[in-house]
Design a protein around this ligand. Sequence first.
Ligand SMILES: Cc1ncc(COP(=O)(O)O)c(C=O)c1O
Length: 284
Amino acid sequence: MAVDYQSLAVTGVQALSPYQPGKPIDELARELGLNPADIVKLASNENPLGPSDVALKAAQKALSELCLYPDGNGFDLKQALANRFGVNMDQITLGNGSNDVLEVITRCFADRDAEVIFSQYAFAVYPLVTQAIGAKGVSVPARDWGHDLDAMAEAVTDRTRLIFVANPNNPTGTVHGAAAIEAFLEKIPANVLVVLDEAYCEYLQGDEYPDGVKLLAQFPNLIVCRTFSKAWGLAALRVAIALARQPSPTFSTVCASPLTSTPWRWRPQLPCWQMNAIWNVPVR
Ligand SMILES: Cc1ncc(COP(=O)(O)O)c(C=O)c1O
């Protein structure tokens, strides 16, 4: 008997249209008779310079330990990141790339009654994960192709649980300065979490741009996402982080699961080996 998986899927997943990823470089090279090294897949914003030699050496070293289960808590990486950002290790959540982190955040903090706000032309994953969990996505019309932060703040209702802001934005490349982001955060109620997706922040130069990590002290409802995929040229490793200010010391203690890499028990159902061991490359 055939099984109709589509009809068995949860409602949000049933309605999803599959994401169309860019054609793999090797396939395009084969089709057009090109040298794969000459192709840059612009849609994915991969780093055309490639990973650093230091990262390559570290990855090589990690390969010799493939027989071992990884440290699910990512201790070394969290420690290095905590030092770099001047935060505590329990403020850091690690994930399989920001896509994973964004999905985990959505699953953790929004349910079917929730509304999740994002901008019209923002990163494609925000509406997808919102729909997958059956929450209501609120797409706020863009202003000059970027986030209309005033309209996004006005779109908050009693049901809003999460707001996604990509700064700089993908795919439109728009960016807001520190003053605009802070003014926006001031308007958002404390029970609504703002996810500031800073996947491309390392490319910004100038004091006028915000550093989400510094804003954590000021805004307890802020979660900042960073990734090793873009400026660091490590997209294949799938390593990204979320940083947050713990609402209270007891919150992390009560909710911390010894089995996951996350301080907030975002994944109580998973064993500790959801990440691969090579993810420690950034600190090796
Ligand atoms: C704004 C934004 N956030 C997150 C991601 C996901 O990056 P990764 O999952 O590789 O960390 C991307 C990738 O294109 C992006 O453009």
